[in-house]
Design a protein around this ligand. Structure first.
Ligand SMILES: [Zn+2]
Length: 128
């Protein structure tokens, strides 16, 4: 027990937080403040202190949440990648169609040109 002005306080042996003397268990870390409650607490509490269990379960929860968020991010990324590949394939197919059309047109123009040349040559030959 420590004298603090007019009020008696008890200082937690674990976290050094000061509490009113009537407090039996530290409100910050759950450590029993008196020898009696310490002994009772030790006997009736084989598990780690409440704050530790809370911290552990919170850590596990945060980890699970982060894993979930990471999974969601990966899923979004994979979906975006899939859409990108589909768009790429479609663009490539469109380009192929365009190329074929261009080839057809070019071939047609060339054929007409050659035909015109032949007719002109024949005409010149017949005239001459
Ligand atoms: Zn404490």
């Amino acid at each position: 027990m420590v004298q603090d002005g007019m009020e008696e306080v008890r200082v937690c042996p674990r976290c050094s937080r000061a509490h009113p003397v009537e407090v039996e268990i530290c409100q910050a870390c759950g450590e029993p403040m008196t020898t009696v409650s310490r002994v009772i607490g030790r006997q009736g509490r084989p598990n780690p202190p409440r704050w530790l269990k809370q911290a552990r379960s919170q850590a596990a929860e945060i980890k699970a949440r982060e894993a979930q968020a990471s999974d969601a991010r990966m899923e979004r990324f994979r979906e975006m990648e899939r859409q990108r590949l589909v768009a790429l394939a479609e663009a490539s197919a469109r380009q192929a169609r365009k190329d074929r059309r261009l080839l057809l047109v070019t071939g047609g123009v060339l054929a007409v040109l050659i035909l015109t040349l032949c007719i002109t040559a024949l005409y010149v030959f017949l005239q001459g």
